[in-house]
Design a protein around this ligand. Structure first.
Ligand code: SF4
Length: 619
């Protein structure tokens, strides 16, 4: 049964394993995945908790419906983040989550620190801690291959770290397959700090569905509707790179660390169609009908022999335009290097962009960087990736991420575009005000995945928006009006998606016709027997988001931190389709007020006592 999955508590210091059922009230309050992970982390989270200490728990959590019928089978990985120093959490696709639940587990809570490199073998209700000494320094692809060979089982699913995680690069990722990763917030570095090289899972247990026939019927109906949307059709053909073209055309792409926001016709070189000659086919994460992941192969040229998956839009922007790099083959290769080293492509690109702007402005020089750091220099970018992963020379400074502010001169701070010590991604949000607010308020720092109300790009009629969001929302992309409501609404929905294991690409994130609470409620009931109304699910979303906020409050986070980089307020976009766009303090404050009010938080962004009580979080 879905509801009989267990939580395993593994302590690597004394090699102990304890297995417990998931209490049913926890399921009702937090579902699974991100929700239950947050509950578990909140028990030990404090300002003093050192992300690299044995006490920081690394929590793997499969969504409630992961491995069953639904819209994806994802897993969240959660801990205190060594990258931001605040809440860390990352959502990963692939086949790992489904295999974990087939082995009988919903959550793994890993604490302690092993004296030697180890891996976990999770198989059909059993967990063993095994030696991984011979695999030290292997990259993420080699590690997975070595484990499968050693265990003579090609079906084992593995989440592992590469050299970046072992070397405690603060934005190291945990990776499964060729590309799927828990990329953001440095979960790979937490894993490295525990001397844990990999988690290998193999499960052959049955997953029993409460009402299989009706569940299948309901799923087919929802699927048909979803597959008819233009978004999913395009996603299945081109993958996320299709978003690049739109961001460039509208003028919300990061160019040279957000010094401009569009490259006009030069963008053709990096659009989804430009990737087609390298593509060798599309594939899906477990249980997903969309198959948005493309495989590629470089068969000639400088990087001949490179094969892998991606690059996604986020990597094209972060290792491409953000660095002034328009060489697609170089971007593909740089992405592959990050994947193999186990390093987040978004953060890697962001910190290199920061260094390049500091170099451009003469704040740092060759005495520190060792080589010139000019925009668009593909060779320098590759060299830096190698040096960051191995923490060599200047690479070791950049491996510190935003904490390198302490090493660079005081003037450097304005040129790292970060929020809550976490860098802005491949976009620029001076045009889309809802996107800007979502970045400012995200509970994991400057992250588009916590809310990103993509429906805002569609310019839907305001009556339709009102119906979706339950209140007035402007259909103007650059307007502030109602955007606090929009962000709040998507934050709750995404928290629920992550707790069910659904991929947000297959929900109302992308189309008003895609599944949301109503459909989720039906699938939960038929899969698990748990009766949950759409309204109850929305309250669960609020509970999860507020619990995350409360952890940030323990760090001293409040309204003063829910803001945007100085450049967004002070420098209008200089040219291109979004020329002149800037964030006004007044407009931004208005959105923030509306947003806090809807969450039930006070003017300072602190959840009110009565709101906590209503959500059952005050105990
Ligand atoms: S839409 Fe893409 S990323 Fe999401 S689950 Fe499907 S294949 Fe994976």
């Amino acid at each position: 049964m879905v509801l009989s999955r267990k939580i395993a508590y593994i302590n690597l210091s004394d090699a102990s394993v304890r297995i417990s059922p998931v209490p049913s009230d926890l399921r009702r309050k937090f579902l699974g995945g991100r929700g239950i992970n947050m509950h578990l982390l909140s028990k030990v989270y404090s300002q003093e908790l050192d992300p690299f200490s044995p006490e920081n728990p690394l929590i793997f959590g499969a969504g409630l419906l992961t491995g069953t019928i639904g819209f994806g089978s994802r897993v969240n990985i959660t801990a205190k983040s060594p990258e931001s120093g605040h809440l860390g959490d990352s959502n990963m696709g692939g086949d790992f989550g489904a295999e974990l639940v087939k082995a009988g587990f919903g959550h793994l809570v890993i604490t302690g620190k092993s004296r030697r490199p180890v891996y976990l073998m999770v198989k059909n209700k059993q967990i063993e801690i095994r030696d991984a000494g011979t695999w030290k320094e292997l990259d993420t692809v080699e590690t997975q291959r070595a484990i499968r060979q050693a265990l003579r089982d090609e079906k084992i699913q593995i989440a592992c770290i590469g050299p970046a995680g072992e070397n405690l690069v603060r934005y190291a990722a945990i990776r499964t397959g060729l590309k799927n990763s828990a990329g953001r917030t440095g979960m790979g570095a937490v894993m490295g700090s525990k001397n844990l090289k990999a988690v290998a899972v193999r499960g052959t247990l049955d997953i029993t569905i409460s009402d299989p026939n009706n569940c299948l019927k309901a799923y087919r109906l929802q699927l048909k509707k979803l597959m008819e949307t233009k978004w999913v059709q395009a996603l299945g053909k081109y993958g996320t790179p299709l978003l690049f073209q739109y961001a460039n055309a509208m003028g919300f792409l990061s160019i040279r660390n957000n010094q401009s926001t569009s490259i006009g016709d030069q963008g053709y070189a990096l659009e989804a169609e430009a990737l087609e000659p390298y593509s060798t086919g599309m594939l899906s994460c477990f249980g997903c009908p969309a198959h948005c992941r493309h495989r590629y192969s470089l068969t000639e040229g400088r990087y001949k022999g490179t094969k892998g998956e991606g690059p996604e839009y986020a990597s094209i922007g972060s290792l491409g335009t953000k660095l002034g790099n328009l060489d697609l083959e170089n971007i593909i290769y740089a992405t592959e290097l990050c994947n193999r080293y186990g390093m987040d492509t978004i953060s890697t690109g962001s910190y290199i962009a920061w260094a390049m702007e500091l170099y451009q402005r003469g704040i740092i020089d060759r005495g520190m960087t060792e080589t010139p750091l000019h925009w668009g220099d593909g060779k320098a970018i590759l060299q830096l990736i190698h040096r960051i992963a191995h923490r060599k020379g200047f690479g070791s400074i950049l491996a510190e991420g935003a904490f390198a502010k302490k090493i660079f001169k005081e003037l450097s701070r304005d040129y790292l575009l970060d929020i809550k010590n976490f860098p802005i991604e491949m976009t620029d949000e001076r045009l889309p005000k809802s996107f800007a607010l979502g970045m400012a308020t995200s509970t994991r720092g400057a992250c588009h995945m916590r809310s990103r109300p993509s429906l805002d790009v569609l310019g839907l009629p305001e009556e339709v928006l009102k119906k979706i969001y339950g209140g007035p929302v402007s259909s103007q992309f650059s307007s502030y009006s109602g955007k606090g409501r929009m962000v709040w609404w998507h934050e709750l929905l995404n928290a629920v998606c992550d707790s069910l294991g659904f991929c947000r690409f297959l929900t109302v994130f992308s189309s008003p016709h895609a599944p949301q609470y109503q459909q989720f409620s039906k699938l939960i009931g038929l899969s698990t027997g748990l009766a949950m109304t759409p309204r109850e699910l929305k309250i669960i979303g609020e509970r999860i988001y507020t619990l995350e906020r409360m952890m940030l409050v323990r760090d001293g986070i409040s309204r003063k931190d829910d803001t945007l980089p100085k450049r967004y307020f002070e420098t209008p976009i200089p040219a291109g389709p979004a020329k002149g766009e800037v964030i006004s303090s007044e407009g931004f404050d208005g959105m923030l007020d509306e947003y806090y009010r809807l969450h039930g938080w006070d003017k300072n962004g602190i959840p009110k006592r009565e709101s906590l009580k209503k959500l059952g979080l005050s105990g």
